[in-house]
Structures are given as structure tokens and as C-alpha cells.
Design a protein around this ligand. Structure first.
Ligand code: PEP
Ligand code: MG
Length: 578
């Protein structure tokens, strides 16, 4: 048995697939005109070799699983003959004087992004095919060793050193039973996404493994406890199979409250919304009866590609999310890049402290064209639903005003162009820095709503890097300082009469629910996967009991006491567990 860190609940039982690192070392310099013919020759040779290899794999697969599955490779072969794909690559070589491998990479990024943005499962599958084929071609052009995701139909447990949010975004949840990573933390964006997609995840196995896990190893992971078993005996397999069965039953049971109104026994309504970063997560959210989207993390639109998304592309995505929500609120957060979210094509300077550095709203107020492109796209989408704008990482009133000034400019431009948008679109900010908490009363006068980002608020209040697993025990959302921060923020919002929500991971932690009820927050926005569990608890609570409990929590000098108090809290029996 190996003890890792549970990062997304659920049990997975199956064979491991170990993902080697896809890292392409692409040449930076342009080619000379005289080298064009050579680059084309290299490209065609790469295509020929890739085709031979694909045909071979097709034959092998046909022998193992029959003809039905081997058709996947016909699709791959067709891509290598596709004139649109090939023209894109040839065009980049010929017009931009780029080496064949660079052209292939840019063409893959271009088509993958385009297909991914379409709300169509079939096209999304095609994006994966293009990526697979493109990577095969790149492998030949660069002479790199073989790396592919398994193409058989057996779902697997993915084992990786680390999984970036963009890699996770491209995984097909139907093929991945669970994920185990050597590095990683529970509050990383990959972990957040795994929870949203309901994929069990265990992280932090690096120092725990005596031998590396190999592809084909039979394993069990428990994303709740962080326990991993390699090649376990029959009785362990049986007990986890039973646990898995109970969890599935529990999920079925929760489905019965999808349509039930989110209200406590004594009538306090709570909007339960979802945090999303992709269409996949939106689907999970809608199936859970979400009130809306309380946080759309737009940075994923900017990741895993070779250039910034244009206004039109962004507009298409925001519009289709708004339309899918069919009138339910959609809070679109403007670009929150930096920290653990990097863009390959956007040269961010090397920084000593990237989490305290050039990031999020700071970049947007500096690169105003980039920001305005996004604001225009959001504004245009506001015509198709209940869209709201939210700025991240706000630390001052000046930042809000500067952002709003650019928003006013974007509105004026659209007006002049005759493009429709909601002129009184609501604008809010994330409260995720201690500075914002301390001046929350002043900020409340500037905006329509607050959303508390507890992930960063805990990080910055306690000076504990949310990505650093060495100090993860110090990352304590129930620290008395954090509790006071929450109270200061909500009180300021209430005094001003603005809407206040919570969108950090703490919003989806059922233990925290009495705190939110006592504070009287309006909305909890969480991983889509957590909505029904939180609702189930909400339906059994009374705000009245929570008020008494919270008074006691505010008196607790240690997080240990706060934990004990929340754990001992029984509805109808407010002050226990001390
Ligand atoms: C937060 O900081 O709590 C938050 C919701 O934003 P992110 O996790 O994307 O930084
Ligand atoms: Mg944040």
C-alpha cells in the first residue's frame, strides 16, 4: 500500500498507463528561402513514415480486438491525406519560413483549438485524433521516441509525473478511470478540474514509490484517502470493488434531488452554482441542476495553443455557454493567467515569485489590447444570456476603475459598430487578496457583486504557496484568520447590499456549509461534481443553528478547534464538539 494525497474522490481499479512527457524541442530560428524544398521533403518523408507506422498498428490492433476498433486508424490516415490540414502546414512553411516541425505543431494547435471550441462531441474526438496524428508526425520529424496514449478500448488509470490543466482538458473521461501523479497538490488547477469531471485523482506519489509504476501494472487508487495499491491481492480488490459499488449507488441516490430547490429547513435560499473551465464541465453542471455558472475560468481558452484567441473565437465560446445556460447566470472571469497557469506563446518574464508577480488583472491592465479583445467578446455574448463580468486578483479601487474604464471603451466601440450587448452588464470582483478584504467596504461601492476566491485568499493570508506539497499541511482554510477575513468581506457586501458568493474550493466543502449559512452568503459556486452533495446537506440544515455555531467558531483561537466544532455540529444541536 502506498499513501499518496487524495485530490479527487472516487475509486479506480484497472491497469496503469504511464504517460511519458510530451515535450517538443522546436527550432526557434526561421529557415532560408533556399531551404524550403528541403523542409517540404522532410515533411513528406515524415508523413510517409507515419502512414507506414499507423497501418502497422492498425493490423496489430485488428488481431487483438477485431475490426471495429481498428477503424480509429483509418481516421488517422485520412488526416494525413486531408488537404485542409496539409495546406495549413505547407502554408506556414512557405509563407512564414518556419521549419516543418514548427509548422506541424502550429497547424495541430490551430485545428485542435478550433474543434475543441465547437460544442460537438464528434468534433472534439477529431481534435484528439489530429493531436495524436500530429504528435506522431512530430515524433518522426524530430527523431523522438514513441509516446502515445493507449488506443485500445480498455479504460486505464493514467499515471504521470504531473498533469497540466490543458492535458487534463483534452483527456476523454470515458477512457480514464482515474489518475495518479507523482507531483501535484490538491488545490492545483488540474486537481480542481479532475474533481469537476468526477475523475478519481491521487497526487504526491513521488517520494512514496519504491519502484516506478509501469504501463500495464494492475492498480487501485482511492482519491478520497490517497491510498494506492499496486498489484493487490484478491481480497483487497474485492473490498474496493464493493466500495466502488456503494459510491455509484450514492451518486444515483443524489440524482433524485437534482430538481429540488436549494433551501434550508428554515427557508434560507442558497444559489448553488458551478465553476467551469470547459464545455465538458458545463455538461456535468447542468446534469446536477446548477443555478448557473459562478466562475468561468477563461484562461483555459488561452492555453495549449500557439497564439492568443481572437475576439470571434472567444465570442463563440462565451455565447454557446450562455445559450446552454438558457437564462441562468454566467459569471465570466477575465483572464487570470500567471502563477501555475502559463501560456507557451506569451513570454512572461522569469520571476522570483510568480504568484506575487505579473499576472491576472495586472497583465490585463498592462496589455490593454488583449484585455479589450476579451471584454468585447464577453460583452457581445451578454446579448445571449445573463452574462456578468468578474475581475480576478483585485487589490485596489484604482484597479477596478482602470478595468471599468477599458470596459466603457469596449462598450463605446461596440455601440459605434452597431453590435448588440447588454449595456448595464453586472461587474464584480474576486475577493482573494487580504488587501481586498481590508478595503471590502470601499470596493463594494464600486461593483455589483463579490465572489470570494478562498483558494488564493488562504494562500495569501497564510503566506502558503497553494502548489507546494511540502507545506500543504499549513494550507488551512479553517484558520481563524481566514474565518475573520470571510466575515469582514461578507459583512461589507451586506452593508452595501451587493450580491456575495464564494467560488474557491471551500464553497464545495460540505463541512463549511454552516459558516456560509451563518454569514448569509447568496451563492456558493463549486466543482460541478460537488453540487448535489452540498445541496443534500443544505436541505437538512437550519440557518438558526448555524448562527449559534458560528458565534462559537469566531471565538476559537485554533483551526483544530474550528474543525472539531464543525465535525461535532448536529442540526438542531448547534453548540457541540468543543
Ligand atoms: C480562488 O482563488 O479561490 C479561485 C476561485 O480562483 P483560482 O482557483 O482560479 O485561482
Ligand atoms: Mg484565484
Amino acid at each position: 500500500m502506498i499513501q499518496g494525497i487524495g485530490a479527487s474522490a472516487g475509486v479506480a481499479i484497472g491497469k496503469a498507463f504511464v504517460l511519458p512527457n510530451w515535450e517538443w524541442d522546436l527550432p526557434e530560428q526561421k529557415i532560408d528561402v533556399g531551404d524550403l524544398a528541403r523542409e517540404f521533403d522532410r515533411l513528406y518523408e515524415g508523413i510517409r513514415t507515419s502512414k507506414v507506422e499507423i497501418r502497422q498498428m492498425k493490423d496489430e490492433l485488428r488481431e487483438v480486438v477485431g475490426t471495429d476498433e481498428s477503424y480509429i486508424f483509418d481516421a488517422h490516415l485520412a488526416i494525413l491525406d486531408d488537404p485542409v490540414f496539409m495546406n495549413e502546414i505547407q502554408g506556414i512553411i512557405q509563407r512564414q519560413y518556419k521549419a516543418a516541425e514548427v509548422a506541424v505543431k502550429e497547424a495541430i494547435d490551430h485545428f485542435v483549438t478550433m474543434f475543441d471550441l465547437l460544442d460537438d462531441e464528434y468534433m472534439k474526438e477529431r481534435a484528439l485524433d489530429i493531436k495524436d496524428v500530429g504528435n506522431r508526425l512530430l515524433k518522426h520529424l524530430l527523431g523522438a521516441p514513441e509516446i502515445t496514449l493507449p488506443i485500445d478500448t480498455q479504460p486505464f488509470i493514467l499515471v504521470a509525473k504531473e498533469l497540466s490543466p490543458s492535458q487534463l482538458a483534452h483527456l476523454n473521461p470515458n477512457h480514464v478511470l482515474g489518475i495518479a501523479t507523482l507531483a501535484g497538490s490538491t488545490t492545483s488547477h488540474s486537481a480542481i478540474m479532475a474533481r469537476a469531471l468526477g475523475i478519481p485523482l491521487v497526487v504526491g506519489l513521488e517520494s512514496k514509490l519504491e519502484e516506478p509504476i509501469a504501463t500495464g501494472d494492475f492498480m487501485i487508487i482511492d482519491g478520497e484517502t490517497g491510498i494506492v495499491h499496486l498489484d493487490p491481492p484478491g481480497e483487497i480488490v474485492a473490498s474496493y470493488t464493493e466500495l466502488q459499488r456503494r459510491q455509484q449507488e450514492e451518486r444515483q441516490r443524489l440524482k433524485t434531488i437534482v430538481e429540488v430547490q436549494s433551501v434550508t429547513l428554515d427557508g434560507k435560499e442558497m444559489e448553488l452554482a458551478a465553476n467551469i473551465s470547459s464545455m465538458k464541465e458545463l455538461d456535468v453542471a447542468l446534469q446536477s441542476g446548477t443555478h448557473g455558472v459562478g466562475l468561468f475560468r477563461t484562461e483555459f481558452l488561452y492555453m495549449d495553443r500557439s497564439r492568443l484567441p481572437q475576439e470571434e473565437e472567444q465570442f463563440d465560446v462565451y455565447k454557446s455557454v450562455a445559450e446552454k445556460l438558457d437564462g441562468r447566470p454566467l459569471i465570466i472571469r477575465t483572464l487570470d493567467i500567471g502563477g501555475d497557469k502559463q501560456l507557451d506563446y506569451f513570454e512572461l518574464p522569469e520571476e522570483e515569485n510568480p504568484f506575487l508577480g505579473y499576472r491576472a488583472i495586472r497583465i490585463c491592465l498592462d496589455k490593454t489590447d488583449l484585455f479589450k479583445t476579451q471584454l468585447r467578446a464577453i460583452l457581445r455574448a451578454s446579448h445571449y444570456g445573463t452574462v456578468k463580468i468578474m475581475y480576478p486578483l483585485i487589490s485596489s479601487v484604482e484597479e477596478v476603475r482602470a478595468a471599468n474604464k477599458l470596459l466603457a471603451e469596449a462598450k463605446a466601440e461596440l455601440q459605434a459598430e452597431g453590435k448588440p450587448f447588454k449595456s448595464d452588464i453586472e461587474v464584480g470582483i474576486m475577493i482573494e487578496l487580504p488587501a481586498a478584504v481590508v478595503i471590502a467596504d470601499m470596493l463594494a461601492a464600486e461593483v455589483d457583486f463579490f465572489s470570494i476566491g478562498t483558494n488564493d485568499l488562504v494562500q495569501f493570508t497564510l503566506a502558503v504557496d497553494r502548489m507546494n506539497d511540502q507545506i500543504s499541511h499549513l494550507y488551512e482554510p479553517y484558520h481563524p484568520a481566514v474565518i475573520r477575513m470571510l466575515k469582514l468581506t461578507v459583512d461589507a457586501a451586506k452593508r452595501r447590499g451587493i450580491h456575495v458568493g464564494v467560488c474557491g474550493e471551500l464553497a464545495g466543502d460540505v463541512r463549511a456549509l454552516p459558516i456560509w449559512l451563518a454569514l448569509d452568503v447568496d451563492e456558493l459556486s463549486m466543482s460541478a461534481n460537488a453540487i448535489l452533495q452540498v445541496k443534500e446537506r443544505l436541505l437538512r440544515l437550519q440557518r438558526r443553528d448555524s448562527l449559534a455555531l458560528f458565534d462559537n467558531i469566531l471565538e476559537c483561537p485554533t483551526s483544530g478547534q474550528i474543525h472539531a466544532m464543525l465535525a461535532g455540529f448536529q442540526p438542531g444541536n448547534a453548540v457541540s464538539g468543543d
